[in-house]
Write a protein that binds this ligand. Structure first.
Ligand code: SAM
Length: 199
């Protein structure tokens, strides 16, 4: 029988450790490298479904912290006690959304991904739109010194987006986790030390 290429080490491990998606190990690697999640922190997780990052982050921030997940789709898992969920299209955010989520987050995560079309140009443009929305929300919701982790598809706009981040964060890094599938065009941009002035 032909083996399923998606049933890899990380997918099996996610099932064993009861995470709904293998993507949890990307955040684990990001956390090991950059330490963006801390005990007691308020974390905003944009594009949180099916909930692996949310579960992982909720374990790290602990009872004194909070993880607020947002997704266009309903959340398919039971929330841990220190997590909340809001269903929202992040491309259509407005002031009432900002009021609902509150401010003063230490870290904003965005693992949002568009539905892919097969066209590198269209996919990277859609990914960029999601990333720009995530950055605009961070502008308002992230506290000075905070961190921003954002998935983006490799494309010609990646450099422009990184340059934009450098104006707002003291350190900006690109990271491709080992657990990210090799053919995937995704890369994570990590901005640390949000500058005090408006992004
Ligand atoms: C790769 S998944 C995230 C996986 C998640 N980090 C986890 O570990 O379970 C990408 C998510 O982005 C969400 N998404 C895509 N476009 C969105 C939008 N416009 N607003 C909110 N969420 C969106 C999708 O619904 C999907 O759940």
């Amino acid at each position: 029988m032909k083996s399923n290429p998606w049933n890899d080490y990380y997918a099996r491990r996610a099932r064993e450790e009861q995470y709904p998606a293998r993507s949890v190990y990307k955040l684990e690697e990001i956390q090991k490298r950059f330490g963006v999640l801390k005990k007691g922190s308020r974390i905003l997780d944009l594009g949180c479904c099916p909930g692996s990052w949310l579960l992982f982050a909720s374990k790290i921030v602990g009872d004194s912290g909070l993880v607020l997940g947002v997704d266009i789709s309903p959340l398919p898992i039971r929330l841990p006690p220190n997590a909340r969920f809001i269903q929202q299209d992040v491309l259509a955010w407005d002031e009432s959304f900002l009021e609902a989520i509150g401010a003063n987050f230490q870290t904003v995560l965005s693992d949002m991904a568009p539905s892919t079309t097969g066209s590198k140009f269209v996919d990277s443009q859609r990914s960029l739109q999601l990333s720009e929305s995530a950055l605009a929300i961070s502008t308002r919701a992230l506290r000075p010194g905070g961190a921003f982790v954002c998935k983006i598809f490799h494309g010609f706009d990646l450099k422009r987006f990184s340059d934009r981040l450098r104006k707002s964060f003291t350190r900006v890094s690109h990271f491709k986790p080992k657990s990210s599938r090799k053919p995937s065009k995704e890369v994570y941009i990590v901005g640390r030390g949000k500058k005090a002035e408006k992004i």
